[in-house]
Design a protein around this ligand. Structure first.
Ligand SMILES: [Zn+2]
Length: 695
């Protein structure tokens, strides 16, 4: 509700009735989606309707703390098969759907024009004006909601044969009403895509407009829809079209092997057997997005890779939790580039008829929708989908399966009461709070300011931009002196590099090359060395799934046997020049050892890394990703190493090999991926934080 919509509607409400001055605007967000619970004996379908309001932050809504709540289970009318295509039955189903929603929302109708007094979570009483603001639904449900004909757009009147190309009017309630009054049903159906048999539920409520309310749906439209169902499928078809089926299958197999050879990364789902699953989830699609581009390079033309990279940029940009004017410009540019480059599918015969796909078309409405409703990250069907689990699936499992709905409603009611009781007990000090209170607005602005006085009692944790610390306890069984440790882990350069590091720490303004200093002038480290197998990076990543305050923690591993198997040495971003933005100020290091030592009363937590240096002055023009290569020295190609303070680590980095043109050898294991290739992509699609820092 940080967008234009809430402001405009507030103005309208005030202009219509100045007595509403000072009332709080509460935008109602609805969402509904069918879901199936299954048993061995068959499937049972439910159609829950959820309600949320626009006042809490997106992060609260995503935290599943009852900010989205089921308010009804809609009827799913069933009839004999002979009525499947019956027009009257179809109209009946649609009208029942709309009438049910209108009936459920009836209690909100009076407070939509006359303010009603309500107690808010902060304990204060406020006069509240309700307003229907947004509806989250997938495309089939949008068709039913907006009263449009299948394959038309619910937001505009673009012709279904040429959704993205034709000039289209924005649909509004007034526009539809004028058309319905003047034209016949046949004309409406054929030329405007309007089904005038149905009266939308919004007509029962003041100011509500279903065409405006339909909100973007990242999960179904962007992640599952465009990426997996369209682009990935089309790429396989493209390969068949160009190479014939047999060769295409070989290539697709190698693409699968490459995906399986992608190095491990925190939070990255692995595809150990390629990606041939029967049931694709949204999480699978998200995981594939992160690793797909490097796997298809060299097998498809440049234009097709650009198509993927511009689409992924669009996708990562719209999923950010904060969007400014410059982000909007980037979104527009990415979408335009995507529209240009996807023509390759039309030209190659994969999509001879073009791209008349309502879900893909919906992308053109995103910019306006972001301006209207703010970041779409918290307003998407992934929220209703995850609520299905707690509101439908789990209560169903608790029931005895016989006429389960009544039992499920009772379960939900009792869980709500328990949650409310818990809140009450916490408020009275009878129970400890299960979550920290959300930060106040001041604490966000406090990051660099010393101007706030003692009245700001925000905890220190919000003041921290991010940090990296070594694991709490050192590992046992390592030699304690630098020289024997170096021999033990076969890193002979360690003692000298550590002394160079210490010299730099003691002389931060030394301008010459430390490598030229004679060894006897370097400080001597003779205190015991502690070795660690991991470090914890904490950083602010509000766009990703993160803690309540947008802080996220991840482990960086450096261990000789990960899960009792192969060694694991993660990669990290090392900040070398804070003046430069993005990758230009960073290098990539592969962690060979986390250790710490004391010198003159100071503890130095450090990391020994194999260095990777940037290739070129900017990201690779085709994939949009920076490339790095192992830094080597001397005639034998020894790896360049250095010891760095852990403070210079930003977080872990994900490298994906530049696979080159040939197929991977049989049985190649991903544990070796970081050792054997000549160059690597710095994966900016690893997560949203990576997309924001790697540019
Ligand atoms: Zn449209």
């Amino acid at each position: 509700m940080s967008g234009n919509y809430a402001w405009r509607k507030s103005d309208t409400i005030f202009t219509n009735d100045p007595s509403t001055d000072g009332a709080m605007y509460v935008g109602v967000i609805l969402g509904s989606d069918k879901t199936t619970v299954s048993v061995a004996t068959g499937h049972v379908e439910y159609h829950p309707l959820y309600l949320s309001i626009g006042n809490p932050h997106n992060s609260v809504r995503r935290a599943h703390r009852n900010a989205v709540t089921p308010i009804g289970f809609l009827a799913i009318p069933k009839a004999d098969r002979k009525y499947d295509n019956d027009v009257h039955f179809r109209t009946f189903k649609r009208q029942l759907y709309h009438s049910s929603i209108a009936a459920i929302l009836q209690p909100l109708r009076a407070p939509m024009t006359t303010p009603i007094v309500r107690q808010c979570p902060d304990g204060h009483f406020r006069r509240v004006i309700y307003d229907l603001a947004a509806f989250i639904a997938d495309y089939p449900e949008q068709v039913m909601l907006a009263g449009i004909v299948q394959n038309w757009c619910a937001k505009c009147t673009a012709l279904p044969e040429d959704l993205d190309g034709s000039t289209a009017e924005r649909r509004t309630r007034e526009y539809t009403e004028v058309l319905v009054e003047t034209l016949t049903s046949d004309v409406l159906w054929d030329q405007y895509g309007i089904d005038d048999d149905v009266v939308p539920f919004t007509n029962d409520f003041p100011r509500a407009d279903i065409h405006e309310m339909i909100s973007p749906d990242l999960l179904h439209q962007v992640i599952k829809g465009c990426f997996k169902d369209h682009l990935v499928t089309w790429t396989c078809k493209y390969l068949e079209e160009i190479h014939g089926e047999a060769r295409a299958n070989e290539i697709i197999d190698d693409i699968d092997h490459r995906i399986a050879a992608t190095p491990a990364f925190p939070g990255l789902r692995r595809f150990p057997h390629g990606r041939r699953f029967k049931q694709w989830t949204g999480d699978d699609s998200k995981a594939l997005m992160k690793v797909y581009i490097p796997a298809i390079v060299e097998y498809v033309p440049v234009q097709l890779i650009e198509c993927f990279s511009s689409f992924l940029d669009f996708c990562y940009l719209v999923r950010r939790s904060e969007l400014g004017e410059d982000t909007i410009d980037k979104i527009v540019a990415a979408l335009q580039h995507f529209h240009e480059t996807r023509e390759i599918f039309r030209e190659s015969g994969v999509r001879p008829k073009g791209f008349a796909l309502p879900r893909q078309h919906s992308l053109v409405h995103y910019v306006r929708l972001i301006q209207e409703y703010g970041a779409p990250n918290g307003l998407c069907s992934s929220i209703t989908e995850s609520r299905h689990i707690t509101a439908v699936k789990k209560p169903w499992r608790r029931s005895n399966r016989y006429e389960a709905l009544g039992q499920m409603l009772l379960t939900n009611q009792r869980l709500d009461k328990l949650a409310a009781a818990r809140v009450e007990f916490v408020a009275r000090g009878l129970l400890p709070p299960s979550h920290l209170p959300p930060p106040t607005r001041n604490s966000f602005n406090f990051v660099d300011g010393a101007d706030e006085g003692a009245e700001n009692d925000a905890p220190d944790m919000y003041l921290v931009e991010g940090s990296v610390i070594l694991a709490r306890t050192p590992q046992r069984g390592y030699p304690r002196s630098l020289e024997t440790l170096a021999a033990h882990i076969r890193q002979p350069k360690l003692p000298l590099l550590a002394r160079h590091f210490l010299f730099n720490q003691l002389h931060p303004n030394y301008e010459h090359d430390v490598h030229l200093i004679p060894a006897d002038e370097l400080p001597i480290i003779d205190t015991p060395i502690a070795v660690f197998h991991s470090a914890i990076a904490t950083f602010s990543a509000p766009s990703d799934i993160s803690g309540t305050h947008g802080m996220r923690r991840e482990s960086i591993r450096c261990t000789p046997s990960w899960r009792r198997k192969d060694p694991r040495h993660d990669c990290v971003f090392i900040v070398e020049d804070q003046e430069k933005t993005g990758m230009r100020g960073m290098i990539i290091g592969r962690v060979k050892l986390f250790f710490s030592f004391h010198f003159e009363g100071v503890t130095y937590p450090c990391v020994l890394i194999d260095r990777f240096s940037r290739m070129g002055r900017g990201p690779d023009s085709v994939t949009g990703m920076w490339k790095v290569k192992p830094e080597i020295t001397g005639a034998h190609g020894a790896r360049v190493q250095s010891v760095e303070h852990v403070d210079t680590i930003l977080r872990s980095a994900h490298l994906i090999p530049v696979f080159g043109s040939g197929p991977l050898p049989d049985g190649f294991h991903f544990a070796h991926s970081l050792d054997v290739f000549n160059s690597y992509y710095v994966n900016k699609y690893a997560d949203h934080h990576a997309h924001e820092i790697v540019f």
